[in-house]
Write a protein that binds this ligand. Structure first.
Ligand SMILES: Cc1cc2nc3c(=O)[nH]c(=O)nc-3n(C[C@H](O)[C@H](O)[C@H](O)COP(=O)(O)OP(=O)(O)OC[C@H]3O[C@@H](n4cnc5c(N)ncnc54)[C@H](O)[C@@H]3O)c2cc1C
Length: 456
């Protein structure tokens, strides 16, 4: 598309990368964000919240020339470390290929990196403390309220992009139109962030951990699967871990309704997460202080309206976090949107429809896979069968790398579109079942033959 005036609503991970990519193509871009400007405000101080970035995210960041800047501060996680109720943790590699790893990165640092890179592009204007409250989709006119004064402005653009997250105001405005489909489904589990601090100097010499300043192995995503609930922990560059506790909102223990006080949480942890308790000196305070977050799956259709307003990232398709793919998927959306805009010279509506065609099927697929992965992480990772299946997956991949690629590898270590990966995994499963069936029949025949020969 020839140079346009674009208005991007939302300076989160996806909106910031999009602004960078649009400005790099010569569009003049305005960014509207309801929060304050995080640059130069010590945005990196305080609690560390991290997220896992995998091949898809790095692919998009590399295209923008930003991947290496993130890699510098990222921590490799080539596998899961499973913490049973008793006994030693067990490491399960994610892939047969030891070079494959997902990466733990600071959310705030990544956001800042993207925002600063976007701001450095010519033709970018950033408006913070401004909340979009309505949009006229076909006019490209966004109503914006100044957070401090309540003053309202109208901002016009050739293209409006709603990158304003799972509770998008731009999507809410689209919903007022007839024949706009929308669904949201909350998970019955919530999440609470807790923390494992870095070890104090000298702790290593006292034999507490071989990975100081980390209290546990930093090169793993730690999981405490407890059937129906779980805790995970990702490492931070400062030696700490951010833990996320996934419990049901309602019901008996463990649930956020049943366990409310820090002391009760501590008691419960002593019984069910015993190896974590000595590493979490502020557990009771963190549990009481930190809020319980909700997780939602959002589907909306269509993603564009009026030929000039479009949704991207969580605004179009929020997913639950259990495959660690929400941001990765949103970064792929950015690639698809700029490619679709590049491929059309004048027809903006067609470019937006093309973007949706490229992405919708895959966003739906990862939404389903993310829900399924919650059950795998909390219920199955601790089982022997699960470990056996993973070993079989890796062995088959080793024997026929071009024919057999486990689903986790395809999702996390390739850019095979999500739905194509899921279809291929289903075909592989069918072939595997047929092979196992054939082997079983063959063995049964051999046994029958032996018995027949041995019979008097
Ligand atoms: C617990 C948890 C763990 C996760 N872990 C991972 C992970 O490991 N890997 C991964 O890839 N993904 C992960 N995700 C998902 C990931 O966080 C999201 O997919 C990603 O942040 C989506 O980016 P976004 O820019 O679309 O939306 P957001 O990050 O939500 O950004 C939206 C922005 O829009 C702004 N905004 C909102 N409304 C308005 C308005 N009306 N006007 C102006 N501005 C507005 C917001 O302030 C915000 O800055 C996780 C999510 C959760 C909840």
């Amino acid at each position: 598309m020839a140079s346009m005036r674009v208005l991007v609503v939302g300076a989160g991970l996806v909106g910031s990368l999009l602004v960078h990519q649009l400005a790099a193509r010569g569009h003049s871009v305005r960014l509207v964000e309801r929060r304050g400007d995080p640059r130069g405000r010590g945005a990196l101080a305080g609690r560390s919240i991290n997220l896992a970035i995998s091949a898809r995210g790095f692919h998009a960041l590399d295209r923008a020339g930003l991947g290496d800047r993130l890699r510098e501060r990222a921590i490799r996680m080539p596998g899961r470390m499973i913490h049973p109720r008793s006994g030693e943790p067990i490491f399960q590699p994610y892939s047969r290929d030891p070079r494959h790893a997902i990466h733990s990165v600071s959310r705030a640092r990544l956001n800042l990196l993207l925002l600063e890179a976007a701001a450095a592009q010519p033709g970018v204007e950033m408006l913070f403390d401004r909340r979009a409250i309505d949009v006229d989709c076909s006019q490209g006119r966004v109503v914006v309220e100044h957070s401090a004064t309540g003053a309202v402005d109208m901002l016009d653009a050739d293209l409006v992009v709603g990158a304003d997250g799972a509770y998008s105001a731009i999507r809410a405005a689209m919903q007022k139109n007839e024949r706009f489909d929308y669904s949201q489904r909350f998970l019955s589990h919530g999440y609470k962030e807790l923390s494992i601090p870095a070890l104090a100097d000298g702790a290593e010499s006292k034999g507490r951990a071989p990975h100081a300043p980390f209290a546990m192995d930093p090169n793993a995503l730690h999981i405490w699967p407890r059937g129906g609930s779980m805790m995970i922990a990702l490492p931070n560059p400062d030696g700490s871990f951010t833990c996320t506790l996934f419990w049901p909102f309602e019901g008996g223990e463990p649930s956020f309704a049943a366990i409310r006080s820090g002391d009760d949480a501590l008691d419960y942890f002593r019984a069910h997460y015993p190896d974590a308790v000595p590493l979490m000196p502020t557990l009771a305070e963190d549990f009481e202080r930190n809020p319980v977050g909700t997780m939602v799956t959002v589907h909306s259709a269509p993603w564009s309206w009026g030929g000039r307003t479009v949704l991207i990232g969580d605004a179009a398709h929020a997913i639950v976090p259990f495959y660690g793919q929400g941001a990765n998927c949103g970064f792929e959306d950015v690639e698809a949107l700029v490619d679709s805009l590049d491929s059309q010279t004048t027809n903006l509506a067609k470019a937006l429809a093309d973007y949706e065609t490229r992405r919708r099927r895959h966003a739906d697929a990862i939404a389903d896979m993310a829900l399924a992965n919650f059950i795998e992480m909390r219920d199955k990772t601790a089982s022997r069968w699960f470990r056996l299946r993973k070993k079989l997956d890796h062995a088959l991949h080793g024997m026929a790398p071009s024919l057999y690629l486990p689903l986790y590898d395809m999702v996390s270590f390739t850019t095979i579109p999500y739905d194509d990966a899921r279809r291929r995994a289903r075909r592989q499963d069918v072939v595997l079942m047929l092979m196992l069936g054939a082997v079983t029949v063959l063995l049964a025949c051999v046994v029958v033959l032996i018995l027949a020969v041995a019979a008097p």
